[in-house]
Write a protein that binds this ligand. Structure first.
Ligand SMILES: [Ca+2]
Ligand SMILES: [Ca+2]
Length: 442
């Protein structure tokens, strides 16, 4: 490794609090050494390895053309067949931070088999992990072509996935994703998970595709940047963005635990999820591992009958927010597309929805984002904020009574403190009375 790179890493490391140690090097791909692919034409390819268990062995010398080098921890490699159809390269035209990102791609027309799996066009950085600890893998990514999920996680030995590693659905915008890796699920006596296998552990990102009717690959291309790995519990707070939702990723709670709290519309919903079902409405709501967007758990809401929007809703109450602009987001996948649902927000411990947002379901994981402008409210107004997700609710507030199963994950309610602007001195604060408030049941 070059001295300058080592010095840079040392400086970065010393600036971070000891409790938030990123275990990876060059997670932003700013200092990744790349190679010419052919004819000395630089295409920024990562060095290639022929299998994931190659720590300590040599890199391949073709595709990209390079001298054989020893595979070491702390550098990025690409595992794939020696095929001109598979790429893992550093690009400079689109990135989440710095000036570079990693582009994993499969071009159209390859007859190479198994490109629909995670481990045949894969970026890896070897890093030692402890089988008694859990890890948090954070990264930013976006889909470019093909809309295939990325496999994000860790592998050991010759490419056996560590528990928690998962397919992550990407959108066409840069977004941050989190995967919890849990080596404690594997015993040293388990085949492929011996202590020796754990010495060849690494963070992996697997790019996949599908085949057309002639068994030729379809194009697939994704970008990855800002990759970090922490021991669980030591990950830093997110920059200036604070998320007020508790357990928005549903990783807390045992699988199959019900969150149905009964029929009380005014129950204690502070800092926890509750599904209120009453009168003629029927259904279930529970932590699930069946379908997840991120991590290993999500929320499954099965609605079998609904009599009114306030007889079946998912809710969490937030408290003591400060006036400002907020962003609510959630990921959802439903058993039926084009079913209406609403996300409503009320404040001041009353039943007025100050923001109502009508949406429709999709059959694939989809991100919904709702701007919630509370900048004209007072701190007293914001002593409580009730978020209500109303399945099958139309924009008018009536319900479409049709059985639907909803999978929900990664709910957030964030404020970007860096974007907060204090009013200039002398500026009058406006207190707007909104005559359009709807007085109704929650
Ligand atoms: Ca970068
Ligand atoms: Ca989750």
């Amino acid at each position: 490794m070059k001295k300058s790179l080592l010095a840079g890493i040392f400086l970065l490391t010393t600036l971070l609090p000891a409790s938030a140690q990123n275990l990876l090097q060059d997670g932003g791909f700013e200092n990744t050494k790349t190679y010419d692919y052919a004819n000395n034409k630089s295409t920024g390819e990562l060095p290639r390895i022929s299998a994931l268990g190659k720590l300590g062995s040599n890199t391949e010398t073709n595709n990209p053309v390079m001298e054989a080098e020893t595979v070491v921890p702390g550098s990025w490699y690409r595992k794939s067949a020696n095929s001109g159809y598979n790429h893992g390269k550093i690009v400079t035209d689109d990135y989440a931070e710095g000036e570079k990102a990693l582009n994993l791609s499969i071009t159209a027309g390859s007859t190479t088999t198994k490109l629909d799996t995670w481990d045949n066009n894969t970026a890896i950085q070897y890093v030692t992990i402890d089988r008694t600890k859990q890890y948090v893998l954070k990264f930013k990514a976006k889909n470019l072509v093909g809309n295939y999920p990325v496999f994000a996680g860790m592998s050991v030995g010759g490419g056996y996935e560590v528990s928690g590693s998962n397919w992550v659905t990407l959108s066409s915008n840069w977004e941050e994703y989190t995967v919890i890796i849990d080596p404690t699920q594997h015993q040293a006596s388990d085949t492929h998970y011996s202590d020796g296998d754990f010495q060849k552990s690494g963070v992996v990102f697997g790019n996949r595709t599908e085949y057309d009717e002639n068994n030729k690959s379809l194009e697939s291309s994704i970008l990855i940047d800002d990759v970090r790995l922490y021991e669980k519990g030591t990950e830093p707070e997110e920059g200036n963005v604070k998320d007020f939702i508790i357990n928005g990723n549903f990783e807390t709670g045992e699988p199959n635990t019900s969150i149905v709290t009964g029929t009380d519309k005014w129950g204690d919903f502070v800092g926890k999820w509750a599904l209120v079902i009453k009168d003629k409405s029927t259904g279930t709501g529970s932590i699930t591992t069946e379908e997840v967007h991120n991590g290993s758990q999500a929320l499954k809401v099965e609605l079998t009958n609904i009599s009114a929007r306030y007889h079946f809703f998912l809710t969490q109450e937030l408290q003591n927010l400060t006036p400002g602009e907020y962003t609510f987001a959630l990921w959802m996948k439903a058993s039926k597309a084009d079913i209406p649902f609403r996300v409503d927000f009320s404040i001041d411990d009353d039943n007025i929805d100050v923001v109502k947002s009508a949406q429709t379901t999709a059959a694939e994981w989809t991100r919904y984002e709702i701007k919630v402008d509370l900048s004209d409210k007072t701190s007293e107004d914001l002593s409580t904020l009730r978020i209500r997700i109303r399945p099958n609710c139309t924009s008018s507030g009536s319900v479409k009574n049709e059985a639907v199963t909803y999978y929900i994950d990664d709910i957030s309610f964030t404020s970007a403190s860096s974007e907060e602007e204090k009013p200039d001195e002398g500026e009058q604060k406006e207190f707007i009375t909104n005559g359009d408030f709807e007085y109704c049941n929650p």
